[in-house]
Design a protein around this ligand. Structure first.
Ligand SMILES: Nc1ncnc2c1ncn2[C@@H]1O[C@H](COP(=O)(O)OP(=O)(O)O)[C@@H](O)[C@H]1O
Ligand SMILES: [Mg+2]
Length: 258
């Protein structure tokens, strides 16, 4: 078996403020296979977003290490970090917060191409049109403003932006949680299709096991900053070993009888 794409080991992070210390991550370890989805599930406040942000190098952990395709991810600086950011992209819950709402879709998608020097100015409009088609939007969307398209369309644009640098990994934090059920299903289908075509791995963060189960190859269950179980998705859904896992499965009873 080939080495996993990402393995993070012993990640700890304590937030301090207002005289309180919160152990958001307590010795958390995960692995993500190449081209596979790791679902990261757990109740609100269990540390999912903190772990996602550590993997994205948006916050520094107090301890731990992470190996991304042989690269020591958490000690990258400068040019090495910039080069790796191209390989690990992100999609968050609220796409409106992730964009300048007055910007056009086209400029939002051109930014990463420019930042990472993908193609030149003459080639970028065609690249933007291709990206829009990949996520199921008409290329004429390039001239629309971010604020005038729907939430589902905006999340498609966020996904288009994430895939624009041809990443090997996308970290998605509650990326479909704000969408209504039918739009959510279409976005999940889009993510699965992109993974099949491009071999992208996902860390898919959600508090909702039903959603996580739908697209994950393996699942890590978090509670109070710890990974309380981690294994093949099917096993965890069929036979959860932790109290937290059992509670999450019990909250979606139809899964048990599917
Ligand atoms: N910037 C912060 N400062 C202080 N505490 C934080 C901060 N971000 C998160 N926390 C706390 O850390 C814990 C884990 O939060 P988070 O990673 O957002 O969990 P989840 O995404 O699973 O809901 C929670 O107790 C939360 O209140
Ligand atoms: Mg969160």
């Amino acid at each position: 078996m080939s080495a996993p794409l990402l393995s993070a080991t012993g990640i700890s992070k304590t937030y301090a403020g207002g005289g309180r210390r919160i152990a958001a991550l307590d010795n958390a370890s995960i692995t993500v296979g190449r081209g596979e989805t790791l679902g990261l599930v757990g109740p609100s406040g269990s540390g999912k977003s903190t772990l996602a942000r550590v993997l994205l190098r948006l916050i520094e952990p107090d301890a731990g290490r992470a190996d991304f395709d042989g690269v020591d991810l958490l000690s990258l600086r400068g040019e090495g970090l910039r080069a790796t950011r191209r390989r690990i992209q992100m999609v968050f819950q609220d796409p409106l917060a992730a964009f300048n709402p007055r910007a056009t879709v086209g400029s939002a998608l051109t930014d990463p191409l420019r930042i990472h020097r993908i193609g030149n100015g003459a080639e970028q409009p065609a690249a933007v049109a291709r990206l829009l088609e990949r996520v199921g939007l008409d290329p004429t969307f390039a001239s629309r403003a971010i604020h005038e398209i729907s939430g589902g369309q905006r999340q498609r644009v966020a996904i288009a932006r994430a895939i624009s640098t041809r990443p090997e990994l996308i970290v998605l934090d509650e990326a479909v949680s704000a969408l209504d059920v039918s739009v959510r299903a279409k976005i999940l289908d889009l993510l699965v299709g992109l993974q099949r075509e491009q071999g992208i791995a996902y860390v898919f963060v959600s508090h909702d096991l039903a959603v996580v189960r739908a697209i994950s190859h393996s699942i890590a269950v978090m509670d109070a900053g710890r990974i309380v179980e981690h294994g093949p998705a099917r096993d965890i859904v069929a036979n959860p070993q932790s109290a937290t896992g059992r509670a999450l499965v019990a909250a979606v009873p139809r899964l048990l009888h599917a």
